[in-house]
Design a protein around this ligand. Structure first.
Ligand code: ATP
Ligand code: MG
Length: 566
């Protein structure tokens, strides 16, 4: 086992230091964090990092973490996403208890606060179109320009805002904006939009509203309403912080959250953006949001990644202030560590060729004792039936073995795992020269896999009794994007899709006991990798996903100094 996976409890980072300090100095009595997804897509591994951070801090410091849906944009949000997000957070191992919230629960309060700003002359109704607003906003190097409607009277603004809410105006006719400073060096401070008209039903509030608060207006105030002490978010919101602080300073909010930004997680061979993931789904590049090649949490689960491995990965990447790209091999490494410890071993043959033992009695079935997990003797053993006709992997045989090929070939003896030594005596082919059968003899004195005379074959193969094995489909997965940095060097992102990211094998065979493995449990097919039943699997039509191969390439990348993790 590797020592790179951290044990929990010994982690620290700049955010945890701030929290510890705030508690020590008595600035807060207990820590309250939140994970605030917008329900406009499925969560991905980047969100998993944020979930582990927010829920992790709450539990380490004896505080609490809320799950709050930032559901302010009904045109993109759906109940399906809300349900999936809840399932994903739970699967990762976290519990929000009673603290499930929705920004939409605060619509009435937010509206009242916005009206307060209008009354105080700090917000106004603007009739510019979205395009005109953009045009007036200026750029990073040029100041913006005031709207012609900026100096409406308080009375007129109050009247118009009320009528916006009452549904008197069509989409886009008017917006409510904060009256800040169109020349500010920070574009977020150039009279940001607080409310827009959207005659759209909301998944939770139905038709109650036809104006909706902007994310910026809802986010910080929702934190204040919930008493969030540390609003942890990704770096792109750093420039929004002055605006959030302005709202908190200018509204009668019940508490004052403080925002801290950390670097987004990016991983190689992948794209962590709901917008892109939605396109992959809608354009049919994948089987759905939970396609095992996707970087979504539901996909990792379907692929057989244990939640513990994902949490360990989040700990390994840590929390940094500067953006970086983490190698996907590091995630795979964390997952392998868990699987190597926990996964039960089973036999499966993906590309079968028949092996017939000529001197083995016809009709005899012996039950061989095979260890379930060599890493964990307490996992016990299981009985695997052995008979005269077996399946082995086609590529475990070579008629004319090349140098360093030590597996089966004519005249050579190999060990069949937990069974007997066999020697190949004859190769049977069909008319096209394709091998159909390998005839062998076995040595009855080697039962269990050892020879009394100390003979030690150079290779040990896995096998299945042909009469007992079950047919299965096996789906092999590889990176969704062939290039480690999809869309780099000016390429179109979708050009980098890996055409071999999914290879479906039919005509495979698996140990009969694999029919009982539940979805969500990952086993090791000996010598082949980690696999788990897909939700598509059914009695009589077993389907397995390859979770990972056995080879850990991350340690190698590390040795080459190619990793750039903190
Ligand atoms: P995307 O950009 O993938 O569409 P998002 O940021 O729009 O995601 P939200 O639902 O707004 O998605 O995100 C919820 C929380 O998850 C936010 O606090 C956000 O900062 C955090 N988050 C999103 N992406 C990442 C990431 N790649 N790494 C770490 N945290 C992330
Ligand atoms: Mg977002």
């Amino acid at each position: 086992m590797d020592t790179h996976t951290p044990s929990s409890g010994d982690r620290s980072d700049f955010i945890r230091e701030i929290v510890a300090d705030d508690l020590r100095e008595g600035r807060i009595s207990s820590v309250v964090t939140r994970f605030p997804p917008e329900p406009n897509g499925y969560l991905h591994i980047g969100h998993a990092k944020s979930i582990c951070l927010n829920f992790g801090i709450a539990s380490e410091f004896d505080g609490r973490c809320h799950l709050r849906f930032d559901d302010t944009n009904p045109t993109k949000e759906e109940q399906e996403y809300i349900d999936a997000i809840e399932a994903d957070v739970r699967w990762l191992g976290f519990d929000w208890g009673e603290h499930l919230y929705f920004a939409s629960d605060y619509f009435e309060q937010l509206y009242a606060w916005a009206t307060g700003l209008v009354g105080a002359g700090k917000a106004y109704v603007d009739d510019l179109t979205a395009d005109e607003i953009r045009e007036h906003r200026g750029t990073l190097t040029e100041p913006g320009r005031d709207s012609a409607w900026r100096d409406r009277s308080v009375e007129e603004n109050l009247d118009l805002f009320e009528r916006m809410r009452a549904g008197e105006f069509p989409n886009g006719a008017r917006v409510l904006r904060a009256k800040l400073d169109m020349t500010s060096g920070n574009i977020n401070m150039r009279d940001p939009v607080l409310y827009r008209i959207l005659h759209s039903a909301h998944p939770r509030t139905g038709d109650a509203w036809c104006i909706y608060p902007s994310y910026d207006f809802a986010h910080g105030q929702s934190d204040a309403i919930e008493g969030i002490t540390h609003s942890i978010c990704t770096l792109e919101f750093q420039d929004h912080r002055p605006l959030y602080d302005w709202f908190i300073d200018n509204l009668p909010v019940p508490s004052r959250p403080h925002q801290y930004e950390f670097a987004r997680l990016n991983i190689t061979h992948s794209v962590l953006s709901k917008r892109v993931l939605l396109r992959l789904v809608n354009e049919g590049h994948v089987r759905g949001w939970d396609d095992p090649r996707m970087p979504t949490i539901s996909a990792l689960r379907r692929r057989g990644f244990p939640a513990e491995g994902v949490r360990d990965f989040a700990t390994m990447v840590g929390v940094a202030r500067a953006d970086s790209v983490v190698e996907v091999e590091m995630l795979e490494h964390a997952v392998r560590n868990v699987l190597n410890r926990d996964a039960q071993r089973r036999f499966a043959v993906l590309d079968p060729v028949k092996l017939v033992i000529e001197n083995y009695p016809e009709g005899l079935v012996e039950q061989m004792d095979a260890p379930n997990n060599p890493e964990d003797p307490s996992a016990g053993t299981r009985a695997v039936p052995f008979t005269r006709e077996l399946w082995i992997e086609r590529d475990d045989f070579m008629e004319e073995p090349v140098k360093k090929f030590f597996r089966l070939s004519p005249g050579r003896e190999v060990r069949l795992r937990s069974a007997y030594f066999v020697t190949c005596t004859e190769v049977v082919k069909d008319g096209d020269g394709r091998i159909t059968e390998l005839r062998c003899t076995y040595d009855p004195a080697t039962r269990g896999g050892d020879s009394p005379d100390g003979r030690r074959p150079k290779a040990t193969l896995h096998w299945l009794s042909a009469a007992h094995a079950l047919p299965a489909e096996v789906r092999l997965y590889d990176h969704l994007f062939a290039d480690p940095y999809p869309g780099s060097a000016g390429r179109d992102l979708f050009e980098d899709l890996n055409p071999e990211s999914e290879v479906v094998l039919r005509g495979c065979f698996v140990e009969a006991s694999l029919a009982d493995v539940p979805v969500g449990q990952t086993v090791q097919f000996e010598r082949l990798g980690y696999f788990c039943p897909d939700p598509d699997s059914a009695p009589g039509g077993l389907v397995f996903n390859r979770t990972l191969t056995l080879k850990d390439t991350w340690a190698k990348l590390q040795a080459q100094g190619r990793h750039d993790t903190p």
